[in-house]
Ligand binder design. Structure first.
Ligand code: IMP
Length: 197
C-alpha cells in the first residue's frame, strides 16, 4: 500500500483522514517520520500555504505527502480573516478571542455572508495537485452550540438551520469545506493508487 504523509500536528485531523483514506493509502503522521519542527505559514493565500507545507516535507524527506490550509472569508470584511483565521485576534489568540473579535467587527452589520474554504496540496510521485472544498453560509450574531472548534459556534451553513457547533462531527463532515476537499482527494486517490492496493 502506498504511504502518504499528512503534514499536520493536529491529531483530530489525522484520525479523521485515516478513516476516510485508509483504504487507499497508509497515512503517516509527522511524528512517525520524525519531524517535530514548526513550518511557518508565510504565503499570502491558502493554496500557497498548503503547498509550502507539503513542499517543505517533500524536499526534506522525498516522500509522497499532503497538507491543508483553511480560512474563513467574511464578505463584509473583504475576505478577512481568510489566511489569518488562526491568528485573527493575535499570534497566541484562542478560538474564543477570534470569535469575539469577529463578532465585534461585524456588530450592527446586516451583511453577514461568509464561507469556509479548505485547500489541500498533494505531492504524489513528484507531481503537485490542489483540491478545494468550500461551504457558503453566514456569521451568526452570537455563538450557538458546543461541539466543534474555531469559528464553528458562529458559522451557519446555508443548507442548514444549525450552526456547525450544533452538529455532530458526521453531520458537519458531509457539508463542510474540509469534508468536501477531502472527498475530492479521496476520489483522486481511489482512481490513481487503486492498483497499488
Ligand atoms: P487550519 O488551516 O485548518 O489550521 O485552520 C486555520 C483556522 O481556521 C483554525 O485555527 C480555526 O480557527 C479555523 N478553522 C479551520 N477549520 C475550521 C472549522 O471546521 N470550523 C471552524 N473553524 C475552523
Amino acid at each position: 500500500m502506498k504511504e502518504l504523509v499528512f503534514v499536520t500536528n493536529n491529531k483530530h485531523k489525522l484520525s479523521e483522514i485515516r478513516q476516510i483514506l485508509g483504504d487507499y493509502c497508509k497515512i503517516m503522521s509527522l511524528e512517525e517520520i520524525g519531524f517535530s519542527e514548526e513550518i511557518e505559514e508565510t504565503a499570502p493565500d491558502l493554496a500557497g500555504n498548503a503547498l509550502l507545507k507539503a513542499r517543505h516535507i517533500h524536499n526534506r524527506f522525498g516522500c509522497n505527502c499532503f497538507a491543508d490550509d483553511t480560512g474563513l472569508e467574511v464578505d463584509a470584511l473583504d475576505g478577512a480573516p481568510g489566511v489569518f483565521s488562526a491568528r485573527y485576534a493575535g499570534e497566541n489568540a484562542t478560538y474564543a478571542d477570534n470569535v469575539k473579535k469577529l463578532l465585534e467587527a461585524l456588530a450592527g452589520n446586516h451583511n453577514r455572508t461568509a464561507r469556509f474554504r479548505t485547500v489541500i496540496a498533494l505531492i504524489l510521485d513528484n507531481r503537485e495537485y490542489l483540491f478545494e472544498g468550500r461551504v457558503e453560509g453566514e456569521i451568526l450574531t452570537e455563538p450557538c452550540g458546543l461541539t466543534g472548534f474555531g469559528y464553528d459556534p458562529v458559522f451557519r451553513p446555508l443548507e442548514s438551520k444549525k450552526s456547525f457547533a450544533e452538529m455532530s462531527a458526521e453531520e458537519k463532515n458531509v457539508i463542510s469545506h474540509r469534508g468536501r476537499a477531502t472527498a475530492k482527494l479521496q476520489t483522486f486517490l481511489s482512481l490513481t493508487v487503486k492498483e497499488a492496493k
